[in-house]
Ligand binder design. Structure first.
Ligand SMILES: *[C@@H]1O[C@H](CO)[C@@H](O)[C@H](O)[C@H]1NC(C)=O
Length: 408
């Protein structure tokens, strides 16, 4: 009994001790648990907010700005050439770039550019199917330049028509229509065709035919770049170079596509109007706030690496735009510091912006038409430009327009 008593006494004591310790441990344990839970919640919230905001922060903050700073140097006085290749890629390891790089491109990027490139810019390889090109005109050389045409006469207006080397049909149609007369409304007007090298298997033959064609008409300007769709910006810049170096005495120049109807009389009449500026003047069909096409299937697709902004500066539609003769030389100069992209008209708009200039609306904007509907003699007698479907259409409509009798 005594043992039992002591036993039960010990048990009781143990129980009491355990209960007491439990009572003592319980709040401590609770507190610890609560603190841990709170910590977990805090960490979770912190992680969540950081991850979502840092994503946006990554996307918005530095890259676009840095790209822009890299490709469009703000320094106007110090126009150092910039190229479409990141410095990191200017080595022999990149096959794509090696094959597309023109041999005349200097081997190094000027050191002034490097500090603005953040170390975190990911290496970017041009997407497959698109080749970057270099639009600085002095990288190319004239094969045919008809340099004497502007020496023998001082033109009021020079029409420069980019055309594919093999497209004799388009050239002949223009020679019979708006490019036919060299005297328009009492002014000297010249029409010249701009071509690059034909890349096909019959390139040699094409070249021989071109020589003959030029002997007959003296109106072909050819340069040594590959004549392809993606090289249209080079073509335009070579046109600018030719005007600046071979024809500085002309008052105005026009870049006009070969599939256009041009009412040349109306154009000269417009340029003779008293209010038309003789300098820093670019006009045509104005395009405002045009978004850059990012759909890869589009003919006008431009990758972000080529042109980082989402909209183009104001530009004149490439079908036909007119400029005073001081501009071509300025475009060539400023193009050294503007990364090329394959949309030639928007590229000229970018050159204008960089020069601190902007295109001007023509006296009657409705004279620049960019659609192709049914021929209407009265309408064609009033417009300046109109898009056509074929060279046959041009000859047909022109003949009809010029027939005797009032058009309206
Ligand atoms: C553009 O022309 C250059 C110079 O001739 C040439 O190397 C390049 O392959 C051409 N690019 C395209 C896309 O045709």
């Amino acid at each position: 009994m005594g043992v039992q008593e002591t036993n039960s006494g010990v048990k009781r004591l143990k129980r009491q001790l355990i209960a007491a310790s439990c009572r003592r441990k319980k709040p401590l344990f609770h507190l610890l648990f609560k603190v841990l839970l709170l910590l977990c919640v805090v960490v979770f919230i912190l992680c969540y907010t950081l991850s979502s905001s840092s994503l946006r922060w990554w996307e918005s903050f530095p890259l676009e700005e840095q790209y822009q700073r890299f490709f469009n140097q703000p320094n106007h006085d110090n126009l150092t050439p910039l190229y479409w290749v990141y410095p990191a890629h200017r080595d022999k390891t990149n096959e794509i770039l090696q094959t597309t790089e023109s041999p005349t491109v200097p081997p190094t990027v000027p050191p002034t550019v490097r500090p603005t490139v953040p170390a975190t810019v990911p290496p970017t390889v041009p997407p497959a199917g698109i080749q970057y090109h270099q639009a600085y005109a002095r990288n190319y050389h004239f094969i045919m330049d008809n340099a004497e045409v502007c020496k023998t006469k001082k033109p009021f207006l020079v029409l420069m028509v980019p055309v594919a080397p093999h497209d004799v049909t388009a050239r002949d149609a223009i020679r019979q229509t708006w490019g036919k007369d060299s005297q328009i409304q009492g002014e000297v007007v010249l029409t010249l065709f701009m071509l690059g090298y034909s890349g096909g298997a019959d390139a040699g033959q094409v070249q021989e035919k071109l020589k003959q064609e030029n002997l007959q008409h003296h109106d072909l300007i050819q340069s040594d770049f590959m004549d392809t769709y993606l090289n249209l910006t080079i073509k335009t810049m070579v046109i600018m170079d030719w005007l600046a170096t071979r024809c500085p005495t002309a008052a105005y120049g026009m870049k006009i596509d070969s599939d256009m109807f041009l009412n040349i009389d109306n154009l000269v009449i417009m340029l003779q109007m008293p209010g038309i500026p003789k300098q820093k003047y670019l006009t045509g069909m104005l395009m405002w706030n045009r978004p850059v096409v990012r759909s890869k299937d589009s003919k006008w697709y431009v990758p972000v690496e080529m042109y980082p902004k989402n909209t183009y500066p104001t530009y004149t539609l490439g079908m036909g735009y007119i400029f005073s003769s001081d501009l071509p030389g300025k475009f060539v100069e400023v193009s050294k510091s503007i990364k090329p992209f394959n949309i030639e008209d928007a590229y000229i708009g970018t050159c204008m912006e960089k020069l601190g200039l902007a295109p001007t609306s023509p006296p009657s904007p409705s004279q620049f038409k960019a659609y192709n509907t049914k021929y209407n003699r009265c309408e064609f007698s009033k417009v300046i430009t109109y898009i056509l479907g074929s060279s046959e259409e041009l000859v047909k409509y022109w003949t009809d327009l010029k027939k005797p009798g009032r058009p309206c």
